[in-house]
Design a protein around this ligand. Structure first.
Ligand code: FCB
Length: 453
């Protein structure tokens, strides 16, 4: 079987992880430029100052994307590169980089799918309170307008925000990501609410200002619960594990419904309000219409899921990893059925076309004596996950696209250059790029629209 005719095949990356040029051409500082200066915050003190030097090598990189046969490329725009202070003056040289990148992609027949925000928040706005500030949605809308005004004559597809769960959970709760905060419940709820408002404000701005007809959506990472088998009670237990709002998930940023019900249903879930209504701003209801501005698709980053079943007394059991179970370089579990159940549960509840905005694994890749990079694990992993996504499509899920994470090895946040996620190997000493075996395999998958999976 193949995916549907207009299925989108792509790969993804993000500005701070690949661009480098951290202080070139008038770019402002981001919270990641600041965070990487903190001792022991990032593996071996690595930074994104140079990263893949994509800012200078984007032409070579787009040529490689073409060689892989990508139909679409999901990249992110660095807010402080475009607006060094986050609001106010626009840095023409900064936006010009994205103009050149978009032109280069289009010249090679690759559709640009920018994400407006993938974590490199302007440091100047952080000093004003960042996502805690009730003006933060207004700031995000101003930045969105600046980008949309300059790119939407050529760009028609937009993701607003990448993984809001991680922004809250790792950036503002545990503090292992920039800005490295450990906030209280009330503040975490405010951060979440302001991010939701920012997403809505961005969608409205895209609709109001886009030159081309626009499609827009968000790119969350949704924890997926996989039933251990097809027993009806186990399926129900998995659905409940995915969608029940618990104290732990809500305040640490990981509750699926606390994020997605506001966006797709225009209301916070009742069970969540019981836990958190007292922390929300008094006028939160006034914001729900904008937060739920209609979108065109639901992006979804997926790496690993958990297995659950229903116990006899009706409680949900979470199954720990089995002895010797396969693990990726990151020690993440290999759970291909997540790409069946995640899309299925999300589609059943929210009824939007699903685009997998990230999926992949880190692997211990290096250039072999024959000059090639052999990564059979990446091929096997991706094949298993894509087969499951195809099965979801066969069972009625509107499977609209797939972006592999990542197009190339890059700066993996707190893990620096230790984790390699790319289809393309990058030698960070020389900046030499080498297509991995998986890139050639992926190329064939794209050509066959998934028939050869
Ligand atoms: C996701 C991020 C992405 C990358 C992958 C491995 O959480 O969105 O930037 O780090 O994980």
């Amino acid at each position: 079987m193949t995916f549907k005719k207009d299925f989108i095949w792509g790969a993804a990356a993000a500005s701070y992880q690949i661009e480098g040029a951290h202080d070139e051409d008038g770019k402002g500082m981001s919270i990641w430029d600041n965070f990487t200066e903190k001792e022991n915050a990032v593996y071996q003190g690595h930074t994104g100052q140079t990263a893949c030097d994509h800012y200078h090598r984007y032409k070579e990189d787009v040529a490689l994307m073409k060689q892989v046969g990508l139909q679409a490329y999901r990249f992110s725009i660095s807010w402080p590169r475009v607006m060094p202070e986050g609001i106010g003056a626009i840095n023409t040289k900064g936006i010009d980089f994205y103009n050149r990148l978009v032109d280069e992609l289009l010249a090679k027949d690759i559709m640009p799918f920018p994400t407006l925000f993938h974590w490199d928040y302007p440091y100047e706005l952080y000093l004003k309170g960042g996502w805690l500030n009730p003006d933060s949605p207004k700031w995000f809308a101003e930045y969105t307008a600046a980008v949309v005004d300059r790119l939407s004559d050529r760009v028609g597809n937009w993701f607003t925000i990448n993984e809001p769960q991680v922004i809250v959970g790792l950036g503002h709760c545990t503090g292992i990501h920039a800005p490295g905060l450990q906030l209280q419940k009330r503040e975490l709820v405010h951060v979440t609410h302001n991010i939701l408002r920012s997403h809505g404000a961005a969608v409205e701005t895209i609709r109001a200002r886009s030159i081309l007809p626009s499609k827009a959506g968000i790119a969350p990472v949704c924890p997926v619960a996989i039933p251990v088998d097809n027993g009806q009670q186990n399926i129900e237990a998995a659905g409940a594990a995915m969608f029940n709002v618990t104290d732990k998930d809500l305040f640490t940023g990981w509750s699926n419904r606390w994020w997605l019900d506001p966006i797709f249903k225009g209301e916070y879930p009742e069970d969540g309000l019981k836990l958190a209504a007292r922390y929300l701003p008094a006028n939160f209801q006034d914001h729900m219409k904008s937060i739920s501005a209609p979108t065109d698709f639901l992006g979804n980053n997926h790496y690993e899921g958990i297995y659950v079943s229903a116990d006899k007394d009706g409680t949900t059991r979470i199954h720990p990893p089995k002895e010797g179970e396969p693990l990726t370089g990151f020690n993440w579990r290999v759970t291909p059925e997540g790409l069946y159940w995640g899309p299925r549960f999300l589609y059943e509840r929210y009824n939007k076309p699903i685009i997998i905005t990230e999926n992949g694994l880190s692997n211990k890749d290096w250039v072999a004596l024959d000059g090639k990079v052999h990564d059979p694990q990446r091929i096997d992993f991706t094949q298993r996950y894509l087969r499951e996504f195809q099965r979801a499509a066969a069972d009625g899920v509107d499977a609209a696209g797939y972006f592999h994470w990542s197009i190339m090895d890059n700066f993996e946040w707190a893990f620096g250059y230790k984790e390699r996620f790319g289809l393309i190997h990058v030698d960070f000493q020389t900046q030499k790029r080498t297509l991995k075996d998986s890139a050639c395999w992926y190329s064939d998958v794209i050509k066959s629209n998934g028939k050869n999976l």
